[in-house]
Design a protein around this ligand. Structure first.
Ligand code: 0A1
Ligand code: ZN
Length: 878
């Protein structure tokens, strides 16, 4: 007998909510054994709704103790109780409903709704967690004013927090105390939050441009409070930036952040009370890497920017998720670019897009930025909604320009502040503010798949004209076999033989524009652009800054690429040229066998290393070969071991060919004794130093291993220590174990550092990596209940160690399936996320396909499989 699984929800079935909740009072009596939640909802029927329309309140995984309407107790029969909530057939036009529910947060391992993390109570309500706290019309277009009273034992839970401002507090005789919070801004239930615990607080203030003083508070467990200075500084920078870039100020008197160790995602933008994964708050030089510092700043920014893009203007329904996420990711990208190296930020963002979103868009879970249906909304917090969504926002910015984009955003807030709206509303604001027609642009929201942009060119010396022929197509995706042409910005420059950008004048224009590049608007399946007054055949620098989320096909020769790698004035395309140069070679080696490193490539890397005008962080990116994930995407049938071998061979040959340069670079950078600062300059130099150390260790000599071990032991910061540890963990001998043991002994009391220790072993190139990972599952520090641990060990092995995960014996697949099944009973949301690598089975050879399919089928046969995992696995097999 097959089990019953939830049915899909469709975007087109949207209906306005029949009832609204103008305000509500919540009272939580928190307790170790059972928590009681009393809610009083002030409900009104919306205009135009039939008086016979029943009231439906969602509710799951809790016990209903009492229900009364306008003071009169209701009994079963007066209402209908189902597994997904309760309905009352007949209600007045306006009434008060009182509900008491009982919860057991200590048993909540899904980490949705109210749960315990360490010694504290906390909540996670996005997307549908509030319905695990009380019965409610838990949908984002129902916005209400919340008053929340939190009651708990004063000794164990001295800190009691919720959204908004604290308005009253008091003590009971029995050792309990209470605090009442009022949030003046109407909000959807997914932004509700509550925290109770014995927490330390870092406090600061921020004065907005208009002169309002805001109290800033960061809460953590006592032992971690000294690691919150960077988060606080990042928060202030975010607040300043949003005022300067968008004219947006914070709107409450207090902004709180709480760090919790058990969290399904990165962080959550609850109104006035953000809850963060500790990973994105805590940072000190000895326990956090430069990348951690950058991530803290980015995530603090992201959640802060949500206050306007997400909270003040929210989503009408969950199909519109990218309305807030795409826009907020884009705003964070702008912020981070302004705080550090814009070029390196863009490179990293595009790398994330290509390594995660492109494969998703080419697989069985491909969906538009605004999906048309879902079974479990938690499965749609994807790279497509977030990162491709951000690229869509970036394209408005590129097409309309900085000022035009700002006009659109201003109009969006003017029209929709305080509302729950759609992606169409955002597009309409952009179009109306700029008086342009963006109807074709809307296809970016509805069509899935990564478009291919084919560019060919011709030069006519007689007329001195140069023509670009551009054609676009988009591969079929599930449910969408035919695609219409997209409207997209193609930013181009034409580079002359000296490496300079040519003035760009299109046929029919009176003069050349005084800019290095220009934005060509692509709308048709095929279009041509003829440039005039071009004295010699130029080299095209196409899709500068990665102006659209497409795959570009242009027949660059190795000479073209080496030239652009040395000269392109657009830093992204300069990096891109080097990546293409290396990836062309690596794909050839993978297909035809490893050969000898071509001299021009060696020379290009050598010149980049010696380039004085380039900053260290950029050089580090430019001399690192493309990732195995990126290379895999370029292959029809992925050969994970072949890719790995080719990439290692390239690294080895670069190591040997430039051995002297690596050594002197390393020595020069390692002799820098300035104190650690996690700023862009210092981080860039450490990055470059550690890339050099990586090449040196490819020489596989004993002295290089000693060099690594020395850096590992003498490092004064986590960046240098971890970089050396990772290199040592790749080596086959015993030194790897010595270093790993020392590291664990030193850091075993720091959970976030222990995560790094797991991750380094999960990503090890050693041939026995899987055996070690399997053994580590039994390690006392590993917990299947903690998402960070799962991601560090299982996630990293299966997603970031393709050569070992795809071992020919299929043991990697079996390991993953075993763990998905084990985790599904604990935390289905995390279990479902783990399944992504198996879902891509069609991209591999027939033997691997069989092995992966077998594991997917085994998962599907599991009793009581969650909807989360069921949706991913069944769609993968369909
Ligand atoms: N809105 C958050 C992401 C988030 C989504 C779901 C969560 O739990 C199921 C938690 C956080 C953000 O974009 O930061
Ligand atoms: Zn977000």
């Amino acid at each position: 007998m097959t089990e019953q699984h939830a049915t899909p929800v469709h975007r087109h079935e949207y209906q306005v909510p029949p009832y609204r909740v103008d305000s509500l009072e919540l009272e939580f009596s928190l307790d170790e054994e059972e928590t009681l939640v009393k809610s009083r909802l002030h409900i009104c029927r919306n205009d135009g709704i039939n008086p016979h329309e029943p009231l439906h309140l969602f509710g799951e995984s809790m016990e209903l103790l009492e229900l009364s309407l306008d003071g009169k107790a209701l009994r079963l029969g007066d209402y209908l109780l189902k597994s997904d909530g309760l309905s009352i057939a007949l209600v007045p036009a306006q009434f008060t409903l009182e509900i008491t529910t009982r919860l057991q947060p200590q048993l909540n391992t899904q980490l949705e709704g109210l749960y315990k993390s360490g010694g504290m109570f906390c909540t996670q309500c996005e997307a549908e967690g509030f319905r695990r706290i009380t019965y409610f019309p838990d949908r984002p277009d129902v916005m209400s004013r919340y008053t929340t009273t939190v009651i708990a034992d004063k000794a164990r839970y001295p800190v009691l927090l919720s959204n908004g401002n604290p308005v009253e507090r008091g003590d009971y005789d029995d050792g309990r105390h209470w605090v009442r919070w009022e949030d003046p801004f109407p909000k959807p239930s997914y932004l509700f939050a509550l925290v109770a615990g014995d927490l330390a607080c870092r406090r600061d203030t921020y004065v907005t441009t208009s002169g309002r003083e805001v109290t800033l508070e960061i809460y953590t467990e006592h032992e971690n409070i000294d690691k919150t200075a960077h988060a606080m500084a990042s928060l202030k920078r975010s607040m300043r930036w949003d005022e300067e870039a968008y004219g947006l100020e914070y709107d409450l008197d207090i902004y709180m952040i709480v760090a919790v160790g058990d969290f399904n995602m990165g962080a959550m933008e609850n109104k006035g009370l953000n809850i963060f994964n500790t990973q994105y708050v805590l940072a000190s030089p000895d326990t956090a890497t430069d990348t951690d510092f950058e991530n803290v700043e980015a995530v603090i920014g992201h959640e802060y920017f949500h206050n306007w893009t997400g909270n003040r203007v929210t989503c009408r329904d969950w199909f519109q998720l990218s309305l807030k996420e795409g826009l907020t990711v884009f705003r964070e990208q702008q912020f981070s670019a302004a705080m550090g190296s814009a070029a390196v930020k863009r490179i990293n963002d595009v790398r994330i897009l290509r390594n995660h979103q492109f494969p998703e868009d080419a697989g069985p879970m491909a969906h538009p930025v605004r999906p048309d249906s879902y079974i479990e909304i938690n499965n749609f917090y994807t790279a497509t909604v977030y990162n491709k969504g951000a690229e869509v926002i970036r394209m408005y910015h590129t097409l309309l320009g900085e000022a035009g984009f700002r006009r659109g955003v201003d109009l969006y807030f003017q029209r929709h502040d305080g509302q729950a709206v759609t992606c169409d509303d955002f597009l309409a604001a952009m179009a109306d503010a700029n008086n342009v027609d963006l109807s074709q642009f809307s296809l970016w929201y509805s069509q899935a798949g990564t478009p291919k942009l084919r560019v060919r060119d011709e030069y006519d010396p007689a007329t001195q004209t140069y023509t670009l022929h551009v054609s676009q197509s988009c591969p079929p995706t599930p449910g969408q076999s035919e695609k219409k042409p997209f409207h997209l910005p193609l930013t181009v420059g034409l580079v002359d033989t000296d490496g300079k950008d040519l003035p760009l004048q299109l046929d029919g224009e009176s003069h050349a524009l005084d800019t290095a590049h220009r934005v060509l608007e692509i709308r048709e399946a095929e279009q041509s652009f003829r440039f005039v007054n071009i004295p010699k055949r130029p080299r095209p620098s196409l899709l500068r800054g990665f102006s659209a989320p497409v795959e570009l096909d242009y027949p660059y020769t190795a000479e073209d690429l080496a030239f652009l790698f040395a000269h392109d004035s657009d830093p992204f395309n300069r990096w891109e040229a080097g990546q293409r140069l290396m990836s062309d070679l690596l794909l050839e080696w993978t297909a035809k066998g490893i050969g000898k490193l071509p001299q021009p490539l060696l020379k290009a890397i050598q010149e980049t290393l010696a380039h004085k005008a380039l900053d260290a962080a950029f050089i580090a990116e430019a001399i690192t070969p493309p990732t195995e994930a990126y290379l895999a995407e370029q292959m029809q049938t992925i050969d994970p071991l072949g890719i790995h071998a080719s990439r290692e061979a390239l690294r080895q040959q670069l190591a040997q060919g430039l051995a002297k340069q690596w050594l002197s670079l390393y020595q020069e950078l390692a002799s820098d004794n300035t104190a650690y600062r996690p700023d862009g300059d210092g981080a860039g130099k450490r990055r470059l130093k550690n890339v050099a150390l990586g090449y040196l260790s490819c020489l596989h000599s004993e002295s290089e291993q000693t060099r690594c071990l020395e850096q590992f032991r003498q490092a004064t910061n986590m960046t240098d220590q971890l970089a050396a540890l990772a290199l040592l963990a790749d080596t086959e001998g015993e030194v790897a174990d010595v270093a790993l043991r020392e590291f664990y002994e030193r850091w075993q009391r720091e959970p976030l550092v222990v995560d790094k220790w797991f991750r380094v072993q999960a990503m090890s190139k050693r041939s026995d990596a899987l055996d070690r990972v399997v053994a580590l599952i039994e390690h006392p520090a590993f917990e299947l209940r903690n998402p960070n641990k799962v991601r560090a060990l299982i996630g990293a092995f299966c997603q970031a160690n393709p050569a070992r995960f795809h071992a020919p014996d299929g043991q990697g697949y079996r390991f993953l399936a075993d763990n998905i099944i084990a985790l599904d009973g604990i935390n289905p949301q995390i279990a479902a996320r783990l399944a992504a690598p198996l879902s891509r089975w069609r991209r591999y050879d027939s033997k691997r396909q069989e092995q992966m399919k077998l594991e997917l089928e085994r998962i599907l046969k599991t009793q009581k499989l969650s909807n989360d995992v069921h949706e991913i696995v069944s769609k993968s097999l369909a």
